[in-house]
Design a protein around this ligand. Structure first.
Ligand code: ATP
Ligand code: MG
Length: 442
């Protein structure tokens, strides 16, 4: 396969001339190797075959800028004014990230002016009437114990010129945007207006996606909490299905375009018989279709558990009302869970099989919980990396983790495509091994 061509260059606001105030913290260690060498890179490729395919000298191999503290920084901390905003849907860990940013900025860099912009990008636009709030250690104390976001969020587009007007009028130097793909598109337009006006404002994203659909990032924060929570619903569905003759448990989980939550929850639980995801189209009818398979499975084993990602099988629902979009322009999905429930019940009835079908949709229960300890650790480390990047004058980038290392990813790259389950990859293979379902229902 030809090597993937990527531009990993991160935009900077200029030379870093200011001595980092982290020196006392890092000097106590035997060496100061905690500082990132500005010339170091985290290699994009990590197998011998990938490297060999580049046919390149080592210094020509693509590599991400590593995350972490720089010896020299761009912004004078005592004069730096910071803004933080959360946009898009809820995701476990938003408050952990907010708290992580505030504490790193205040305790180690000595930044004293931090504003929380409320209700997403609306918070920059005066007419909505959501004035920013002051954030300090006290204001974020204990917020990580709760789901949601203390800053509120919203969808719907706002004019990037008006947003930058607001940043300029408040003399903000650094803006952290915590949000999904739409929010990162918004962040890039803000960074572009900043550049167009010749301003020195760093725009740094902390990508949020419960569906784990942002590319060039091993796993997004909140994802582990989300699939752990979804696993509880699978367990309930299994218990319900086993308790009655011909029982079917049907669980719809989040995953608009990417079925990672469905796959991981199914693997964690190991009781799912079928996993339906957007990446793998399936046929419902016919001898090799999903319904016939399900009927056979229930006949043989007495029960079955089906997990469907919300974006699965949308092709069955396309007819009828024209595609609708939400305030941010995202296509509204039709409810595959309800559709499957009806089709399964009808199919069993048609074949004279009595069944009891229990349908569980834990979507909002999954989004709104606080992060689990693993995600909390990940959130705080992303927040630290985001602060180091911002103080060193990076902009138009998101922080992420690539093959286990914290890295800077240009926003343009992070929104260039969607991370999806590869039907030819090892994750889907594991799902097939666990469920025993056919590679395709066709
Ligand atoms: P989620 O994954 O939960 O949907 P998201 O960040 O993608 O999160 P959206 O509602 O799509 O959520 O977008 C959040 C904000 O980003 C909205 O205010 C939206 O208007 C803005 N936004 C979305 N797409 C763009 C774009 N292409 N350019 C500028 N701003 C955008
Ligand atoms: Mg989105």
């Amino acid at each position: 396969m030809a090597p993937e061509s990527v531009d990993l260059t991160v935009r900077t606001l200029g030379d870093c001339r200011i001595e980092s105030p982290l020196a006392p913290l890092l000097a106590e260690t035997e060496s100061t190797e905690h500082y990132v060498d500005e010339n170091d890179r985290v290699l994009f490729d990590d197998t011998v075959n990938m490297v060999a395919a580049r046919k390149a000298k080592l210094d020509a191999l693509p590599g991400f800028e590593p995350g972490g503290p720089r010896r020299k920084i761009f912004f004078q901390p005592s004069k730096t004014r910071v803004g933080i905003v959360t946009c898009g849907g809820l995701c476990p860990g938003l408050n952990d990230v907010i708290r992580g940013l505030v504490l790193e900025l205040t305790s180690h860099y000595g930044v004293t002016k931090i504003y929380g912009f409320r209700n997403g990008y609306q918070g920059f636009i005066a007419k909505y009437g959501h004035p920013p709030i002051d954030l300090d250690a006290e204001a974020v104390s204990g917020v990580n114990e709760y789901g949601g976001t203390i800053l509120g969020t919203s969808r719907g587009s706002q004019d990037p010129y008006e947003i930058v007007d607001c940043l300029e009028s408040m003399s903000i130097n650094v803006l952290f945007v915590i949000g999904g793909d739409g929010s990162m598109r918004g962040a890039l337009t803000i960074a572009d207006v900043v550049k167009e006006r010749g301003l020195k404002i760093a725009v740094i994203g902390v990508p949020k996606t419960i569906d784990n659909d942002i590319p060039y990032i091993d796993q997004s924060f909140g994802f582990q909490t989300a699939f752990s929570k979804a696993t509880e619903s699978l367990r309930s569905a299994h218990v319900e299905a086993r308790a009655v003759p011909n029982g079917v448990g049907l669980v719809q989980v989040m995953g608009r375009h990417s079925g990672f939550i469905a796959c991981y929850a199914a693997l964690a639980n190991n009781d799912a018989d079928y996993v339906l995801i957007p990446e793998v189209p399936f046929q419902l009818d016919g001898d090799d279709g999903f319904l016939a398979h399900l009927r056979r499975r229930v006949r043989e084993r007495g029960h079955a558990v089906v997990v469907a990602a919300e974006g699965a099988g949308q092709e069955y629902l396309e007819s009828g009302e024209p595609g609708q979009v939400d305030q941010s322009g995202n296509r509204k999905l039709k409810d595959i869970g309800l559709y499957l429930r009806r089709r399964i019940a009808d199919d069993f009835a048609e074949h004279g099989m009595e069944t009891s079908l229990k349908y569980i949709d834990p979507s909002y229960a999954i989004r709104s919980v606080p992060a689990n300890p693993y995600d909390s650790v990940y959130c705080i480390r992303l927040a630290h990396a985001a602060v180091h990047a911002a103080m060193a004058g990076r902009t138009a980038m998101v922080v992420g983790r690539w093959r286990g290392r914290f890295v800077h990813v240009p926003i343009a790259l992070a929104i260039s495509k969607r991370n999806q389950v590869d039907p030819a990859g090892d994750l889907w293979m594991s799902v097939l091994e666990t469920t025993g379902q056919p590679r395709r229902f066709a």
